[in-house]
Design a protein around this ligand. Structure first.
Ligand code: NAD
Ligand code: UDP
Length: 331
């Protein structure tokens, strides 16, 4: 096996759904990991299995405030910024804080990266494309975001964070990587997360009504968490200058309607839940599908886990949670 120097890595948002899986993967690579999290939407139980891991540490902190001095002095090699609520009901609960998390929070992490000479990966989002007029969405598309609507605190915050990252990169202050993440699902999503996969799976398992917003004809493309985290690490570790100023879409191009997703979950679980329709949220994107040519050409990355397999694993995980109480079992 190739010998690699162990890196010191900061994972902001490491107690969340994706962040906790990322911590697992980095530790498995041999890195030392500090997880920085406010626990706004993240959970200690996502990390409980790491309680005795000597190469892992958790610091509770809100990145809207400057980082603790001890962290600002650390010689990080890599900083991942995943800190930001990702589910619409959660990020809309305190929109000002969401916007500041992306703007001030990213700045605080960039300053720490600059001091340490670390590379920073920003977890951006397909939401920078808004309700897209170009389909599928390549990275060259500038997007169609409503800057004054209820999703703007998230979308515009993430757009501004990208701007800040590339301003630091242009000034030669920090080497950055920007991942535009499309809808991702899997174990460790919260049952009360509010996103469609967790809602529909939990509703199907409990026999509750399944809530479809609008007529269910809107589309999304769902990526399994392990594929996504693999893409994040590849992007972070990619060493050529090709990606110094180029964001990279990470997502699964297999696109389906919300109605189709519901039908698959119902068939898979054998649930007798009824489907009820609720109003479509304001500015809900009509369709979304990543063009992953760049990730595929430059990183050699493409998703491996088909929806059927990923959904099955997610259903099992939520079923276990309901039966045995919550636990942090990995993917
Ligand atoms: P999540 O809500 O499970 O995780 C976010 C984590 O960030 C949580 O642990 C939360 O406590 C922490 N956090 C939030 N605000 C913070 C703050 N001010 N200071 C410190 N910690 C804070 O969400 P996730 O699905 O794991 O998403 C992780 C990242 O990926 C987010 O930045 C999100 O925008 C991005 N993303 C996710 C998806 C997806 O489908 N999961 C899609 C696009 C982008
Ligand atoms: N959605 C739904 N029922 C739910 C939750 C969400 O029909 O219980 C819809 C939502 O309106 C959107 C799609 O599913 O069209 C994906 O929503 P999610 O919140 O998961 O992600 P995002 O809107 O951020 O892509």
């Amino acid at each position: 096996m190739e010998h690699r120097k162990s890196s010191l890595v900061l994972v902001a948002g490491g107690a969340g759904f994706l962040g906790s899986h990322l911590c697992d993967v980095l530790l498995a690579r041999g890195d030392r990991v500090i997880c920085l999290d406010s626990f706004a939407t993240g959970r200690r139980r996502n990390l409980r299995h790491l309680d005795r891991e000597p190469r892992f540490e958790v610091v509770e902190h809100d990145i809207v405030r400057p980082l603790p001095a001890a962290l600002r002095r650390q010689k990080f090699d890599r900083i991942y910024n995943l800190a930001c609520a990702a589910s619409p009901p959660h990020y809309q609960a305190d929109p000002e804080h969401t916007l500041l998390t992306s703007v001030l929070g990213t700045r605080h992490l960039l300053l720490t990266a600059e001091a340490a000479g670390a590379r920073l990966l920003q977890a951006s989002t397909s939401e920078v494309y808004g309700d897209p007029e170009v389909h599928p969405q390549p990275e060259s598309y500038w997007g169609h975001v409503n800057p004054t609507g209820p999703r703007a605190c998230y979308d515009e915050g993430k757009r501004a964070a990208e701007t800040l990252c590339y301003d630091y990169a242009r000034a030669g202050r920090v080497a950055v990587r920007v991942a535009r993440i499309f809808n991702t699902y899997g174990p460790r999503m919260r049952a009360d997360d509010g996103r469609v996969v967790s809602n529909v799976v939990c509703q199907a398992l409990s026999g509750d009504d399944i809530t479809v917003y609008g007529d269910g004809s809107q589309t999304r493309s769902f990526c399994y968490a392990s594929d996504l985290v693999d893409g994040l690490v590849r992007l972070m570790e990619h060493d050529t200058t090709t990606l110094a100023f180029a964001p990279v879409n990470l997502g699964n191009p297999a696109e389906l309607t919300v109605a189709n997703l519901v039908a698959r979950v119902l068939a898979m679980t054998g649930s007798r839940s009824a489907v009820v329709h609720r109003p479509l949220p304001v500015d809900d994107p009509r369709r979304r599908r990543p063009d992953i040519t760049r990730a595929s050409d430059v990183l050699g990355w493409s998703p491996k886990v088909p929806l059927e397999q990923g959904l099955k694993a997610t259903v099992h995980w939520f079923a276990d949670e309901a039966e045995d109480g919550p636990r942090g079992r990995a993917m």
